[in-house]
Structure formats: structure tokens, C-alpha cells
Design a protein around this ligand. Structure first.
Ligand SMILES: *[C@@H]1O[C@H](CO)[C@@H](O)[C@H](O)[C@H]1NC(C)=O
Ligand SMILES: *[C@@H]1O[C@H](CO)[C@@H](O)[C@H](O)[C@H]1NC(C)=O
Ligand SMILES: *[C@@H]1O[C@H](CO)[C@@H](O)[C@H](O)[C@H]1NC(C)=O
Length: 460
């Protein structure tokens, strides 16, 4: 069933595309009619393809010009990839909210619009409680394809020989969606090289990939502390959200007070999940215009900001363990190179959650705006860099690539979602590929401190 839908939509896509190509010269690949206009605001429920639209035409396309080593003699020597799991089903909690909205629409909405009739007579509430955030087939494909693309971007690192030789290490969170993503990543490589005579292990490591559960101070002060998210609650009760709820009520012709902020969110996620999982532009998307989507995007960015990012210092500090693990791997590769040894761990693939990546990105200083996101400054934050839709779609990934450019010149390039990024505040001539020693100098306070046990203990 899922495969049929996917194939049909591909056929549909290619018809749209060839039609466009025949009759106009300036169409871009983003002009596919079955992509909801609001798809770029889906925050952590967004498709990876929205961040890299060139993948819609060719899911295995890579842009090698994003890697710009300073000289031709630079060679890739190590890659650490920290990757979020692929596309998944909604969690039980969200399924319950969706069902409540669906029942309301079924019983109480009225109107003649075709999308509304479709919602009432054809659309079925097919999400069930037992789906519980499991990886979907699209999520398997997200990781298979990512593995294949990364092997094209880093052919000397992600190679058959290195995989067979045990030089590629896999570490994952124990959550089923992460384990399945890891299996999918490996299957992308074994398919690519048609490997049938050998299997490759992975290690489950929650201390590393789900550090947030193990950091008592974070659990107590933020995760289990309702008042920690007061900005989010205030925004949800504020005028921007109220307007969104009223517009939804108007479109459904139901009383204003029957559409809660939870229902507005559930409708938004229904549109997002139908698209991410089945690649369909569902009638739920008709409940929103772009302005509404930007408000709901802000509501979730606000939540991520206070729960996982700059809102509280402990959010990023909870990732100290992953930060040190990363630099320990890089140091090890550097020391091996310096002493003319073979690099023993050429690639590390680490699979976790949005909640794994965001604290680490925050610790490293990425996407920090001048002002905090609050319930009151929606209007002045429209140009913010902190946009989870761009940062954390399904299969989001932070790549750290180490280069040996000869004569002790070692470089480190960070990439986020296959785009070159620069370490914030680290300026110099080779911004996108600084010297490894300059990166270490830049983060020296964290490298010398940021001790997980100390940061996470409840009382000093
Ligand atoms: C490829 O990367 C280069 C450098 O980052 C960029 O200028 C270019 O637009 C990218 N091409 C595509 C198709 O995204
Ligand atoms: C239908 O609307 C009424 C209020 O107008 C509400 O009490 C009831 O819960 C709604 N039905 C559903 C299934 O949500
Ligand atoms: C994920 O793995 C479980 C077993 O660990 C399996 O039952 C399930 O079918 C897998 N799901 C996908 C989408 O591969």
C-alpha cells in the first residue's frame, strides 16, 4: 500500500516536471504541485528534502562543491556523522490529539469546499496508538539514501574496504526508530556494494545518544518542570495563536471556543505527517495559510529553544559527554596521523534524536540569535536563525570531516544537512575549513571543562 502510493506520487511528480519543462523555461524543481505550500514550516516534522530541494529530482545527488579543501593535496582522514533517525509515525500522545480533532471535524464542521467534504467522507483516521513513533518506510529510505550519498561525498572514507575492514563504527540510541535507522543506513551501504557474505554490528549507547535522560539536573530543572516552558504556554495563549485558532474555526464553521491550541497543532501535524510519511498534500493542509504556519512554526521553535537549546544553560551542557566523545575521536585520528599510523576508526556513524543534535549544536554555538525567543517577540523574530525546520528535519545530520593537508596541516570541516557551515565565532581565512588546532583553541574552555557529571549533578 505504502509503496503504491509512493510510486503513484513519483509518476505524478514526473508528469508535472516534464510538462513544466516543455512549456516554460524558468521552472524550478520546487514547483511540484503536491508539496504543501506550508511544508517548509514543519519544524521537527519536516522532510529532509525541504532542506535540500535538489534531492526531489534525484535522491542520490550530491554537491561535491560543498567540500572545498584549501589545496588539492588535502585528503579526508576521518568522518564523524551524528544523525537523527528518519521519518517516523506520530507518538501515542499526538495520535490522541489528532483523533480528537478528526472527530470534531467529522461531527461538527460544515461547508461545501471539496477539501472539507474529502475530510468528512473519504479521509480515514488511520493513525493508531500502537504506532508509537516507529520508523516508517520513508524513514528507512531516508537513511539508506543518506548512506549512499555520503559514500559518494566521502569515497575514501565510506568505502567497501573500510566497511569490510571494521573501520566504520556504528553507535545508536536504543530506541527502535534509531536502531532501525542504523540498520537502514548499513543496508544502504551493503546494497550499494552488494555485500552478502558479511554483517556489521552496531553498539547501543544511551549514555551517549540519549544523554538527556541521564542528566539529573536537566531532568529535574527542565524536562519535568512545567514552569520551564512558561514562554511556550504564554505564546499558546497569546494573540497570534488565538488568531490561528479562529481562522481554523472559520474554515470549519465551528464555534471559536471549540478549537483549542492543541487542536490547531494537531491539524498542523496531520498535514505534516501525511506529507512526510505518504508524500501527499492532504486536505488537512487547507486549514492553514502561510501566516498561520509561521505562527505554529514559532510555537515549536519556542519549545525547542527553551527545552533543548539556549533557553537554559543545562540544555546544552547535558551534551558535554557527546562533545568530549567527538573530540576524543578526532584527537585519536589526529594522533594516529601524526605518528604515521593508519587511522583505526575512519568513520563513526552515531544515530540519535533531534534532542541529541540540538543541545550539541547549541553547545557549539550554532543558530544563536541576539535575542532569546519569547512569547512576546514573535514579530521581531521573523528573521531569526533559530529555525528547527531548517536545522532538524528527519535524518538531520551533523558531519565533522577531518582532512590531512600535509606537513602537519590538519583541517576540520563541519557540515549540517550536507551544507557547509562555519563554527560560530571562529573567523579566519579558511572559515569553512579551519585548522583543527584553531577549532580546539576556539572551544578550549569547553574542552577543559564541560564535565557531564559535574554539570548534571543536582546540588553543588
Ligand atoms: C553546491 O554547493 C555550492 C557551494 O556550497 C553552492 O554554491 C551551490 O549552490 C550548490 N549547488 C546546489 C545544486 O545546491
Ligand atoms: C461538537 O461541537 C460541540 C460544541 O459545539 C462539542 O461540545 C462537541 O464535543 C463536538 N464534537 C466532537 C466530536 O468534538
Ligand atoms: C524495525 O525493527 C523491528 C525489529 O527490531 C521490526 O519489527 C520492524 O519491522 C522494523 N521496522 C522497519 C520499518 O523496518
Amino acid at each position: 500500500m505504502m509503496i503504491t502510493v509512493w510510486k503513484l506520487s513519483l509518476v505524478h511528480l514526473s508528469i508535472v516536471f516534464s510538462f513544466s519543462c516543455c512549456f516554460c523555461n524558468h521552472v524550478t524543481v520546487e514547483d511540484y504541485s503536491d508539496i504543501p505550500v506550508i511544508a517548509k514550516y514543519f519544524t521537527t516534522k519536516g522532510r529532509y528534502e525541504e532542506v535540500n530541494p535538489y534531492l526531489i529530482a534525484d535522491i542520490l545527488a550530491v554537491n561535491t562543491s560543498t567540500l572545498r579543501p584549501p589545496s588539492a593535496q588535502c585528503r579526508q582522514i576521518h568522518l564523524t556523522a551524528i544523525i537523527r533517525h528518519g521519518t517516523r509515525y506520530p507518538t501515542t500522545k499526538n495520535v490522541k490529539k489528532m483523533r480528537k480533532l478528526y472527530e470534531h471535524v467529522q461531527r461538527n464542521a460544515s461547508g461545501e469546499e471539496s477539501w472539507l467534504r474529502e475530510l468528512q467522507t473519504q479521509w480515514r483516521m488511520w493513525y493508531t496508538d500502537d504506532m508509537d513513533g516507529r520508523l516508517v518506510q520513508k524513514g528507512v529510505d531516508d537513511h539508506r539514501h543518506l548512506a549512499m550519498r555520503l559514500s559518494k561525498l566521502f569515497p575514501s572514507l565510506i568505502s567497501e574496504q573500510n566497511l569490510r575492514g571494521g573501520l566504520i563504527k556504528f553507535i545508536t540510541s536504543s530506541k527502535h526508530r534509531c536502531v532501525n535507522s542504523t540498520l537502514a543506513f548499513k543496508s544502504g551501504l551493503t546494497e550499494l556494494w552488494n555485500i552478502q557474505d558479511q554483517e556489521f554490528d552496531h553498539a547501543e549507547n544511551d549514555a551517549l545518544m540519549r544523554f538527556f535522560d541521564h542528566c539529573s539536573k536537566f531532568v529535574e530543572d527542565v524536562d519535568n518542570n512545567p514552569s520551564a516552558l512558561s514562554e511556550v504556554d504564554n505564546f499558546k495563549k497569546g494573540p497570534e495563536m488565538e488568531r490561528v485558532q479562529q481562522k481554523i474555526a472559520d474554515r470549519l464553521r465551528v464555534p471559536y471556543n471549540t478549537i483549542t491550541d492543541d487542536m490547531a497543532e494537531a491539524a498542523f501535524y496531520l498535514c505534516a505527517y501525511e506529507f512526510a510519511i505518504k508524500t501527499v498534500n492532504s486536505p488537512w493542509c487547507q486549514l492553514f495559510d502561510e501566516v498561520d504556519a509561521q505562527v505554529l512554526e514559532y510555537a515549536n521553535d519556542l519549545k525547542q529553544f527553551w527545552k533543548r537549546a539556549y533557553g537554559y544553560d543545562i540544555n546544552s551542557k547535558s551534551s558535554c559527554i557527546l562533545f568530549h566523545d567527538l573530540f576524543a575521536r578526532l584527537d585519536k585520528a589526529v594522533n594516529e596521523i601524526k605518528s604515521d599510523q593508519q587511522v583505526s576508526e575512519v568513520v563513526t556513524v552515531q544515530v540519535g534524536h533531534a534532542e541529541t543534535l540540538l543541545p550539541l549544536l547549541t553547545l557549539l554555538g550554532f543558530f544563536k540569535d541576539n535575542d532569546a525567543l519569547t512569547s512576546k517577540n514573535y514579530a521581531t523574530q521573523t528573521q531569526r536563525s533559530f529555525r528547527t525546520s531548517r536545522m532538524l528535519p528527519y535524518a538531520a545530520n551533523l558531519l565533522l570531516v577531518l582532512y590531512d593537508c600535509g606537513a602537519g596541516d590538519l583541517r576540520l570541516q563541519p557540515l549540517l544537512n550536507e551544507h557547509s557551515v562555519t563554527f560560530p565565532g571562529l573567523t579566519g581565512q579558511q572559515d569553512s575549513m579551519p585548522l583543527y588546532q584553531d577549532v580546539k583553541e576556539h572551544y578550549k574552555d569547553l574542552l577543559g571543562g564541560c564535565d557531564f557529571e559535574t554539570e548534571c549533578k543536582l546540588f553543588d
